[in-house]
Design a binder for this molecule. Structure first.
Ligand code: PLP
Length: 396
């Protein structure tokens, strides 16, 4: 198929809800993506946080190949060993509890919202979320998302949500009422610009929740599966949530979402109260088991911590040379570079030079390479980034 005819078919047949870069990718391996012309790209934003173990990791691929020949799907009124194994693996790595499987981050967050409503039994219905958060595009997750730009044109949104400034404990305390049933937030806001929750802030929120029987929901859709150097970001904080949402990297590229619920409240949802046809199929669960295996057996958490520190140090040095860099911040391999100018020209120039990074909030470059990234690949990426910054600042 010719390049242009692919673009034409998208134009004609695919709803244009995305701004797309006009490049067609056909192959991926580890940190590398290859386009239809054979050009190689170093991917420092693999799959928007999906490919934490790199593209087509052998352990994920082997599992998928094995499973695909046996059974792809069984509905959730039947049993399959892979779902049991994956739920056990998630719990073993998170906290004692149980798991509900869906297909995406938004669906996991919808599940958390429904769970909170059920927990409140109609008497308590308010959920507090934070400004600049991102929880997904379905109407509940969208209402929870503290960014009006995503909500524009989709009203009326759900009732019962309050949004407070992030990292502001007083604002949060003032928002709590006797109707509050849950507080939902990301520990590192991804789409919001790599904003890191303070440790004391999270500890105080846990106390507020404990004192008022409020559910604490951590959205780990982007921070989960080793991204920050721990399997889950909450493990940096010494604070365990009541509910945790997962998706993105969990399936290694196959669609999966998970709502993880702490042990003592699991019976809030009874049979028939929540469901998802495709949730936790044998195939996606096998892929997710491969992701866990890859992260654990290849020391990826340790590597993410070490490479996160290396990359942050190097970026801090780059900052000295480029006054357009306001701040470098991050946790593990979830790194933001806040600029005093638009980030798009930098991202575009990197892309033209074969490096994929992202920009969020207009001026925060987002860098999230696979957890097994090497120093050599980081050095290679930094060389390109420096050139792109030089060009963007001279063109300005
Ligand atoms: C923190 C967070 N929650 C939820 C979502 C929504 O996930 P999905 O796009 O899989 O619905 C995202 C997506 O970027 C996210 O970053």
């Amino acid at each position: 198929m010719k390049k242009q005819s692919i673009f034409d078919d998208y134009q004609k047949y695919v709803l244009s809800t995305y701004t797309r870069i006009p490049v067609i990718f056909v192959k991926g391996k580890g940190m590398t993506l290859i386009d239809i012309t054979g050009k190689k790209y170093l991917d420092f934003f693999p799959g928007w946080g999906v490919n934490n173990v790199g593209h087509c990791h052998p352990k994920v691929m082997a599992g998928v190949r094995d499973q695909i020949d046996k059974l792809i799907f069984v509905p959730n009124n039947l049993y399959h060993p892979n779902q049991a194994k994956l739920a056990k693996e998630i719990i073993a790595n998170a906290f004692p509890g149980r798991v509900f499987f869906g297909n995406s981050g938004a669906e996991a967050c919808e599940g958390a919202i429904k769970f909170a409503r059920a927990y409140g039994k109609g008497a308590r219905t308010e959920i507090i979320t934070t400004q600049n958060s991102f929880h997904g595009r379905t109407i509940g997750a969208l209402t929870a998302t503290g960014q009006p730009k995503y909500q524009q044109g989709f009203g009326p949104l759900l009732e019962g949500f309050k949004t407070v400034p992030f990292n502001d404990i007083q604002a949060l305390k003032s928002a709590v009422t006797d109707k509050t049933v849950a507080i939902m937030l990301e520990l590192v806001q991804g789409e919001g610009g790599i904003n890191i929750a303070g440790k004391d802030y999270i500890k105080e929120i846990r106390q507020i929740c404990d004192q008022n029987d409020i559910l604490l929901i951590f959205d780990e859709v982007q921070t989960g599966m080793g991204r920050t150097g721990e399997m889950f970001a909450f493990q940096h904080y010494g604070v365990t949530p009541d509910l945790m949402t997962l998706a993105k990297a969990l399936g290694g590229g196959l669609p999966i979402g998970a709502l993880v619920v702490k042990d003592d409240i699991t019976d809030t949802l009874k049979p028939g109260m929540h469901a998802s046809t495709f949730g936790g199929s044998p195939l996606v669960c096998k892929a997710a088991l491969g992701v866990f295996k890859a992260i654990k057996s290849e020391g990826m958490l340790k590597n993410a911590t070490a490479m996160g520190a290396y990359l942050t140090d190097k970026l801090t040095a780059v900052k000295q040379k480029f006054p357009c860099i306001k701040e470098v911040r991050g946790l593990g391999l979830m790194i933001g570079i806040e600029l005093t100018m638009e980030g798009k020209p930098v991202v575009d120039e990197c892309f033209a030079r074969g490096l994929i990074i992202n920009c969020t909030q207009g001026n925060v470059l987002r860098i999230m390479p696979a957890l097994n990234v090497t120093k050599r690949q980081i050095d290679q990426a930094l060389k390109v980034l420096r050139k792109a910054l030089e060009k963007a600042t001279t063109d300005k």
